[in-house]
Design a binder for this molecule. Sequence first.
Ligand SMILES: C[S@@+](CC[C@H](N)C(=O)[O-])C[C@H]1O[C@@H](n2cnc3c(N)ncnc32)[C@H](O)[C@@H]1O
Length: 460
Amino acid sequence: MSDPYDVVDPVLIPWADAHGLTVQKVNMGVCARWVWLESPVPDATAQLSVRRAHDVGYRQVDDGRFTVVVRVGDWEHAADATPGTLASVLDEQLVRIREYAVGMTCFQAGQFEQAQHIFGEVVRLNPRFLDGLCMRGIALMRLRRHQEALDCFDRALALKPDFVEALSNRASALLELSRLDEALAGFDGALAVDSGHANSWNDRGNVLTSMKRFEDALESYDKALALRPDFPEAKDNRTNVLFVLGRMSRCPPAYMRSLFDDYSSYYDAAMVGTLGYRGHLNLRALAERVLPRLTPPWRILDLGCGTGLVGDAFKDLARGGRLDGIDLSPRMIEAARRRGIYDNLVLGDLETVLHEPGHSYDLILAADTMIYFGDLAPTFAGVAERLEPGGFYLFAVESMSGEGWERLPVNRFRHSEAYLRAEAARARLEFIEIAPCLLRREKTEPVAGFAVALQKPVGR
Ligand SMILES: C[S@@+](CC[C@H](N)C(=O)[O-])C[C@H]1O[C@@H](n2cnc3c(N)ncnc32)[C@H](O)[C@@H]1O
């Protein structure tokens, strides 16, 4: 794998390792080798180490946020340099390095406008500063200024044509600009330089997905995951493609997250106001029929709690018990939190969270959440684990006649009574009641559902 930075200093890396400092960045500047270490230099031992580094030719500058250790040497114009000019050139270089570090801080804090401005200044002072050029391009991409970003990557590549970060990010900018053929060629170019560049494999997959070349996209995501098995974006992208290809028995978490993050600000108005949504009310009516008492305290878990409509409909029963929620959309969770009625809200995929250690409940609810799952077996098993013996699981699904479940073109699922009964039996949950109900309207058409009550047998 090629190293875009040419030289990793043979003295400094072991020195930093030996003293517990994390080397964040190594670069060959025009004038000096420099290293940016985690900040601030943490303790007296490390301070001493920095002094030792001085002995092997390093100089330290600490501005309270970052420690930069610079090794004097490798001067481009060493012949012209007197000790005085060396010092001033070095100081100027340090100013740029510190500026770059400040730019990185802004970038990491999501202040992309400020970051791109600072990187722009750094690059104005040192037009050959590859990292500065590349980071400015990346910050501009975050600002969706893709054309300007392209210019930064082009300038970096004019200086170093095989700079893989610039090749890969340039291709990403082309993808954002929907210049798909060029983007694909760009990622192929980056991978020709470095076939181990996992980001490029993943982003190449995204180009192929945009081209609707789904099988090729899967291959590309697989390459990314072979290189970096714990690569969340590549995993999500792969799952999304499997879903498009109809090879998933549930909606993928990443797809749901972005759907409901977008929906969160107008969910209540659209669902209740426009679509006449009644899932939460159906569950409450079911509860009134099947629960042995309608007095608190109940320990309640709300699966796919969304903005908290279900919590609101059941909060009276949770008094003195608890009311928890799980949802995978951060914005929906925030909306639920604003109601001030939940004791604990967990951000995550409910299939996963249910199987993790946690509280037990007397009542688990899922209104309009199971419609995003075809195969209900993992959820039922998780619910059975989390219910107290004698506890209830009340949920609503879209209904169908016949057997099994089916996926609808609108990316939801519906379930037959026969399927629900079979899965409940498999999870050893007792089937208490199934009632046809109206969930909401789809455009003007009513959506028919089942409100279902299961119970974990007392003896389990
Ligand atoms: C249609 S909304 C229903 C919200 C709420 N239950 C109600 O009745 O208003 C579906 C919710 O389920 C969440 N959701 C979907 N799949 C999920 C999953 N696998 N894990 C956790 N939450 C999920 C969505 O983020 C969304 O907030």
